[in-house]
Design a protein around this ligand. Sequence first.
Ligand code: ADP
Ligand code: MG
Length: 625
Amino acid sequence: MRRIGKKQLLWLSGGLIAVALGLKWTIGDSAAPVAEILLILSSILAGWEIAVQGIRLLFMRMITIDLLVTLAFVGAMMIGEYVESAAVTFLFLLGHYLESRTMERTRASIQSLLSLTPDTAVVSRNGEETVFPVNEVVKGDVVVIRPGMRIPVDGLVRTGHAYINQAAITGESEPVHKIEGDLVYSGTLVDSGYLLVHAERVGEDTTFSRIIALVEEAQDRKAKTQKFLDVFAKYYTPLIIVMTAAMYIFTRDLEMALTLLVIACPGALVISAPVSMVAGIGNGAAHGVLIKGGDIVEKLSRINVLALDKTGTLTEGKPKVTSIRTEGAHSEDELLGLIAAAETYSEHPLGRAIIQEAVHRGLQPLRVPEHTNIKVGMGVQAYFEGDRQITVGNRALLSAAGVPLKSCMETAAAQLEREGQTVIFAAENGELLGYLAVADQPREDARDLVLGVAKRGVARTVMLTGDREGPACRIAELVGVTNVKHSLLPEDKVQALRSFQGDRSMIGMVGDGVNDAPALAAADVGITLGGAGSDAAMETADVVLMSDELGKLAYAITLAKTTVVNMKQNIVFSVLVAGLLVAGVLGKMVFLTSGMLIHELSVLLVILNALRVVRLKPKPKVVEH
Ligand code: ADP
Ligand code: MG
């Protein structure tokens, strides 16, 4: 009996049962022997696989439902209840079949993601366009991308421009305009335009492949409740066997004992938690929110303190340079150019903004430092040819470098800070060169988020920032965060988080993966933004918002809460059904076939309930005026 498909097996055993029952009803008792043979055939056909599976797992020291069903159908055959034995195996297989069909739909989000990677790529080598299987494209190839195509690699746009739908990565459905020098991602779709892309990452290294790998890992990482249920099931199933054996010894009612055996197995209970989690995590992934495991879903649903980094998290992280003051030796543009050059290797949003300003003012090409020391949470020190050391950063960095501030400059800087601007000082070989003031705007959706999380059970929001009091308070006021902790070094942020830790606290921390990594790790749930653009952001956090929309966090919390509620509904429901069934068996109201039917139905209902989580959608972005 080599590999008949599941479906054929179902039809076959179901058909045999139907014919057998049909014969019995139409012809009556004289057909009974034929009917019995058909039923025995059906039982063996369907039961064979179940028995093989059950015994195989028994050898691996696992007592599973397959084994229980095997015992039940063999038992039923021994006492001559062929209808029962055929029905039990048939229903069990049917349940399994429907279960895997529906289960696939809860995994649908990740399945639909997988289908987004193209199989081939058009590569231009030596001026000739050739179609290659995507796994033969190498780093450095120039890939040709036309409208309607899925991009096969991560890369930089070399020529052309296009509107790209990045929903596969970020969950945003608005197309993004990409021009020369922009990064494009594998798996995203070109709406219109034509691009030549320089492949930077191919195959398994692409952001998209890593998202899929992370989601798959996440779906296997179990929630606390889930772990508990697993342990429970491990002891529960053998216990049932012992109980039914005891029951048979006392009552001598084999049929009742067998029924108990079948219906008491925790089928629905075992899948109740994972099925909701898989649905929740998959839904998140489809909308640009990576939640790295069932345990994180549970924690995220219970967040009541939310700490937020300022620069780049609550603010856009694209500060405008508002004023430049030099100490005579340089012009304003020269100072800006020098600071921008020093920031070349900085990943800090302030550094990037300064470089942009310099480029914007036409100060290219910038010199490139020989090497840079990044002083996390303070600034940078860059070394240029001929022993030039340029220090760029806040007061703390300057005083650490032994650069004194002149008192009139100090007064002017302090005034700017009171107005809410961030002042960045620059020095060359210990000599102060001047400063540059920048003002950052809060993100459009920051205020909504702060209000939104309050509605979702977050009692307290706190800003943690390395910046000074003035700018910190200005932004806090604008976005509605009431607690502010300023002038913190990255390790101070960890201390600040500890101060909020209490018995019932569940602390979420939103920050960037670069200099907030310690705080992200110290919080119960570390959350980063813009994961698509930063490896560090994707690796360090528990929850990654792939797009740069802070507002997605509200959806993420709602999703986590919905998922956990869904899981609890499933658990309560399956325990109730199991309890009622046991009572029914003991009260002689539930028998083998009906028990099996109800059991399988309850499994299906649990999966159908989880499908509701698959359908949850983030609220569309509302632009308020
Ligand atoms: P936040 O916590 O608000 O994100 P950071 O801890 O990243 O702030 O930085 C704290 C302060 O250190 C900044 O306000 C700025 O003054 C200074 N700083 C950090 N990195 C840089 C940099 N690359 N260039 C200039 N100044 C910097
Ligand atoms: Mg920051």
